[in-house]
Design a protein around this ligand. Structure first.
Ligand code: CA
Ligand code: CA
Ligand code: CA
Length: 649
């Protein structure tokens, strides 16, 4: 695959999501952080949702009563927002931004949900909200050329019927986003709208309670080539879905009905919690990491890729690897996968999201393929994986992971040994500056909505990390860089624990550094990086091209990063509300790390990602889907991150 380099044109007429490639010009937008941050708590942690007993006959209808706190109206009357605790906002081109609550319902075996099966009742009369003003509308969901239809309806002028209508919008209070499967259980993802807008009157209706009814229908037959998989141990299903679904009592009933009357016997081939897939010449280099996992109580194993290539069916090596993982998940209890090599030896899968005129701009390296193990990920059987119709039974492709996945982007035994050494040293004791966070924010550019600053995305990050100290490299309030690569290097050498970079990037550039600038790095403890910039995690270079800078950070012997969370292609933000898109995924990961004791990095990444599954689009330019697919962990998915106040040795 070719890699994308250089500058992409910015359309000054489109207040849209923007890619975070480098070389944009640099200014300040006071960011409405409170307004957007309200939406973030996992739904299951929120008060106000209670599952009601299933209607008769059992198993064919699920009901959920959801109560909502009263909305607040924020912003100027010409561009206001309705905010409701526990709700996200829609971001649809030209449409008024409205709060919705993502509901995730575990379905009983053998049943599915279609959109016709959804209905909503209002147990209480709606409350009229005056003084709402004109709600801010979503910008066009991208700026790439070649998609004129998206642009035509990108403003309210393109949707005259909606804005002149006397009918409350949206007309339906519930919308089926997708039916997914995780840990053997089907999960209906539903958007529930507690407020409706009356554009012609600039008022709204608020529904303080909504009773969601999901009438189920028989599930379609399975694809015999990719039959359903279940975890070896039913308790894994309970663990995987805890805090994620809104009807845990229904799940418990399902698990009881599936439970074997006798204790499960040990798997014939032995249990494998943690697996490294690597070419045979790197097996020995990863051995110390296996031993560390065993000391942590996991059963760990390495399988040589050559063995999988010769024994496992599949149309190519990536599919053979995934078929092996599906077997290992079902038969051996697999939970973690480390891809032990760069793409020259351990292939990635390329996912397809139509985004622009060029196939290059629609195809991205996507290790999520090895985490989401249901179905084939390419039901249509063509050369495009991860399309919205590539799930089984005409459903969306699998978006909910069975296992946590990371990649060690190494090519040689020496590189693998250096990678492993940093993993072991990081876990041996808390890093030197383990409560220190380096925040790097860069000016993102001038837009029709005003200047945008990467540092504005850090407000929720700071709130999510109590007990940490923050060092800032920050261009605000100006439009010129206030910090240089030398400043970056000096701050990194003070050995912070977390390094967050919110600015533009490309395969060779991040934090105003290039790969060749990293040699003087001498941080005494390896740090953890999260960058939302474009392409700094573009790990799929061919053997004639240099690795991306994110790989260089992770590969650097002794110093640099223990792990990096990076975009494998374009990163996206909203110039008016920079947190949107890539920043939300970053914030979610940090909330996951800070909120739980000893949560492994790969699990934190995946849970943070999956809490945004209600935003993943199936049409338009699919900006959330793009972010969802591309965030890549270069590092050990089982790495337990040191968190102040939540230390275990
Ligand atoms: Ca799945
Ligand atoms: Ca396909
Ligand atoms: Ca590479």
């Amino acid at each position: 695959m070719p890699t994308a380099h250089g500058c992409r044109c910015v359309d000054p007429g489109a207040p849209a999501s923007r890619p975070l490639h480098s070389s944009a010009r640099f200014s300040t937008l006071r960011f409405l952080s409170a307004l957007l941050f309200l939406t973030l708590a996992p739904a299951s942690l929120l008060p106000g949702a209670e599952a009601l007993p299933a209607a008769s006959p059992p198993g064919q209808e699920l009901q959920l009563l959801v109560r909502f706190e009263k909305p607040t109206i924020q912003g100027p009357a010409t561009e206001s927002h309705l905010q409701i605790a526990g709700c996200d906002l829609t971001h649809r081109a030209g449409e008024p931004a409205l709060p919705f609550r993502t509901v995730r319902l575990a379905l009983p075996p053998g049943f599915t949900l279609k959109k016709e099966g959804l209905s909503v009742a209002n147990p209480l009369p709606p409350i009229a909200l005056d003084g709402v003003g004109t709600l801010e509308h979503g910008g066009p969901p991208g700026l790439q050329s070649g998609i004129p239809r998206a642009r035509a309806s990108a403003t309210p002028d393109g949707l005259p019927a909606l804005y002149s209508s006397e009918t409350p919008f949206p007309p339906l209070l519930a919308e089926l986003a997708t039916v997914q499967r995780k840990a053997g259980i089907d999960i209906a993802v539903i958007r529930l709208f507690p407020a409706q807008y009356l554009p012609s009157k600039r008022t709204a209706l608020f529904h303080p309670e909504l009773l969601l009814r999901a009438r189920l229908t028989p599930a379609p037959p399975e694809n015999p080539r990719f039959p359903s998989i279940r975890p070896l141990d039913p308790s894994e299903t309970r663990r995987a879905l805890a805090g994620f679904i809104d009807n845990p009592a229904d799940l418990e009933a399902t698990l009881r009905s599936l439970a074997s009357p006798t204790s499960p016997s040990a798997p014939a081939g032995g249990r494998i919690d943690y697996l490294i897939l690597t070419p045979s010449n790197l097996v020995a280099s990863f051995q110390p990491l296996l031993e560390q996992k065993r000391r942590e109580g996991l059963t760990a194993a390495t399988v040589a890729l050559e063995e999988i290539a010769s024994t496992t069916p599949g149309r190519d090596l990536a599919e053979k690897m995934r078929n092996h993982l599906r077997q290992s998940y079902t038969n051996s209890g697999l939970r973690y996968l480390l891809l032990g090599g760069d793409t020259t030896s351990v292939p990635c899968r390329y996912a397809f999201i139509p985004r622009g005129a060029s196939p290059r701009d629609s195809t991205l390296p996507c290790d999520l393929y090895f985490a989401c193990l249901d179905g084939s990920w390419n039901r249509t059987g063509d050369s495009r994986w991860g399309e919205v119709m590539d799930g089984e039974g005409d459903a969306d492709v699998d978006l909910l992971a069975e296992i946590a996945v990371g990649r060690a982007p190494v090519d040689t035994p020496e590189e693998a040994a250096a990678f492993v050494e940093k993993q072991l040293r990081y876990r041996a004791a808390p890093p030197v500056g383990w409560t220190n966070v380096l925040l790097m924010g860069a000016f993102l550019g001038d837009f029709p909505t005003g200047p945008a600053q990467g540092a504005d995305m850090f407000d929720p990050v700071v709130a999510a990390l109590p007990g940490y100290q923050f060092e800032w490299l920050d261009d605000r309030p100006g439009k010129e860089p206030k910090w240089s690569g030398a400043d970056s290097l000096a701050a990194l050498n003070r050995s912070p624990h977390l390094v967050l970079y919110n600015g533009h990037g490309d395969p060779s550039t991040m934090m105003r550094l290039e790969g060749a600038d990293l040699a003087p790095l001498s941080n005494s403890s390896p740090f953890l990086i999260y960058s939302i910039g474009c392409n700094s995690g573009r790990f799929d270079n061919d053997k004639f091209s240099p690795d991306c800078i994110g790989e260089e950070f992770v590969k650097l012997p002794r110093a640099g990063a223990v792990a990096a969370l990076l975009n494998s292609h374009l990163g996206w933000f909203d110039p008016k509300h920079p947190l949107l898109y890539a920043g939300e995924f970053q914030r979610n990961l940090l909330q996951q790390l800070a909120g739980q004791a000893d949560v492994p990095l790969g699990n934190a990444l995946q849970r943070g990602r999956e809490l945004l599954v209600g935003q993943v689009e199936t049409s338009g330019l699919m900006t959330y889907r793009w972010c969802y697919y591309e965030i890549t962990l270069l590092g050990d998915p089982g790495l337990r991150v040191w968190v102040p106040g939540r230390v275990s040795h």
